[in-house]
Design a protein around this ligand. Structure first.
Ligand code: NI
Length: 255
């Protein structure tokens, strides 16, 4: 059975058929799902979803592109909800310099990334980290706050295999999703080949990043077998071995 470590079922792209889709997960081999908040609204919806479905757990946090959501009131909300039993991570948090090129905005991103990392440490939860076009600053900031003491995953990993090795050395997991099935994803295929199997998590980031052969369409956890099959092909093992190992990894990290 598959452990989906990163989904956004609060997204409005699921408004038409959310319940129907979620109710079909178990019969299709998806056992557990972490729904990840990326803004304040999404984090609130995440709490609702995990309360409604026994197999959904929640991660709450504010994505670097949505840090304007963070203020005294929302920080207090995060601190309070982090204590709920089914909230299993702080995320997604991190740095995204792809959209934000302004120095001042990037500085704010670092401030709130650090604040949310420290929250995770305080409430004893792992982190789900988003890092795009900010490899060096992410690693520097993490080293500066002794992030090796905070367990977590670098989700939707997009850097080199050397960088992946750095994160693994800090005790982090590497989240791999649909992009690994893309023909031109040479870097990520190298990462999937080189990272120890006991450090890989399966994820979709749905509704985004659907794997081949559904690239460009709305993604869901039902597509995870394509991701598992590609990692298995690259590593010359069976898809079942990938599914089993990544499930154990996610349970070790989150549950
Ligand atoms: Ni995401």
């Amino acid at each position: 059975m598959i452990f989906e470590s990163h989904a956004h079922y609060d997204d409005k792209q699921f408004d038409q058929d959310r319940d129907e889709l979620l109710l079909s997960m178990k019969e299709n081999g998806i056992e557990t799902i972490i729904n990840v908040g990326s803004d304040f609204r999404g984090s609130k919806e995440t709490v609702k979803l995990m309360e409604k479905y026994d197999f959904i757990y929640g991660a709450i946090g504010i994505h670097p592109s949505d840090i304007e959501d963070l203020n005294e009131e929302t920080c207090r909300w995060l601190e309070n909800k982090a204590a709920l039993e089914k909230v299993v991570a702080i995320g997604e948090i991190g740095l995204d310099y792809y959209w934000d090129k302004e120095k001042e905005v990037q500085q704010k991103q670092r401030y709130w990334f650090k604040w949310q990392m420290e929250l995770a440490k305080k409430v004893n939860l792992p982190v789900i980290i988003h890092s795009r076009d900010a490899a060096e600053d992410t690693l520097t900031l993490m080293k500066g706050i002794h992030a090796e003491e905070i367990p977590g995953v670098i989700h939707c990993f997009s850097y080199s295999k050397e960088m992946a090795a750095e994160y693994v050395k800090m005790g982090y997991y590497i989240g791999i999703g649909g992009v690994v099935t893309f023909k031109n994803a040479k870097k990520l295929k190298e990462v999937a080949a080189s990272v120890p199997l006991e450090r890989i998590l399966l994820e979709t980031d749905c509704p985004y990043l659907a794997p081949e052969p559904h690239r460009g369409k709305r993604n869901s956890s039902l597509n995870l077998p394509y991701v598992a099959a590609e990692i298995a092909r690259i590593r010359e093992i069976t898809p079942e071995e990938v599914i089993e190992a990544t499930r154990k990894n996610a349970e070790r990290l989150f549950l």
